[in-house]
Write a new protein. Sequence first.
Length: 302
Amino acid sequence: MTETIERIKELKKEKDVVILAHYYTDGSIQALADYVGDSYYLSKIAAEVPHKTIMFCGVSFMGESAKILNPEKTVIMPDSYADCPMAHMADLDRISKVREDFEDAAVVCYINSTAEIKAASDVIVTSANALKIVKALPNKHIYFIPDGNLGRYIAKSLPEKKFILNDGFCHVHTSIKKENVLQAKKIHPEAKVLAHPECTLDVLELADYIGSTAGIIDFATNSNADTFIICTEMGVLYELELKNPGKRFYSVGHRQFCPNMKRITAEKVLDQLEKMEHVIELKEELRIEANKALVRMLELAR
């Protein structure tokens, strides 16, 4: 493994590559990355880094987002099959139908979506900025895609708006059940429950804190508590334990695991640094349309 890491470092320098990794990748990948973060942070970093090539350790929609924001850069994925099922759970025909039925509807698209869906949307959001952005929109009707759970969570905070919800979901977060959390709380009664808003509402009702992956890390790091039950993908444990060596973190079940994120390995990173094969390509017309919604996100979130 040491030889692999050293060779990765050599090729990064030689080919002017920056490595971005999501918190849900394996800890070994986070350790070798130049930047680690959630979707919102990485989308900003992708637009700011000076490197001509971006190696994106995550799933396909993340690489697409980086390419949308950086058409002049090469974006490479370590594994071309690493995909997010939820990214495909929105429908272009349904978007058109909602626009017909509700003249003032804003199509608000979670960043966990394909480039085609982004291009058909008015603004992109992440779990970190969704509430702020939707609140800032003048539209009364909000069609929130693709994640129904995040949409319901935002809708509860904005009763003045009318939400049209989609039935998409994250299989990792929806696998976290209320009974699992209650059992974990019974075993660790002193623990704070930290939950991602992709979880179902009955789980969120049990949480002491609800927020993005980065928000969960910040809350645990700044909290006086020393024991936490984590309701999100367990790749986040790497950063939590790195920043909080004296604190304890527990899962609520064995299914808090994204197999697509875990497809990324150091060997695959090295392979693609050498071969440069898994390159993200987008038609320019599609990229321009999707970019409008991403740029609007960055502007409103600022």
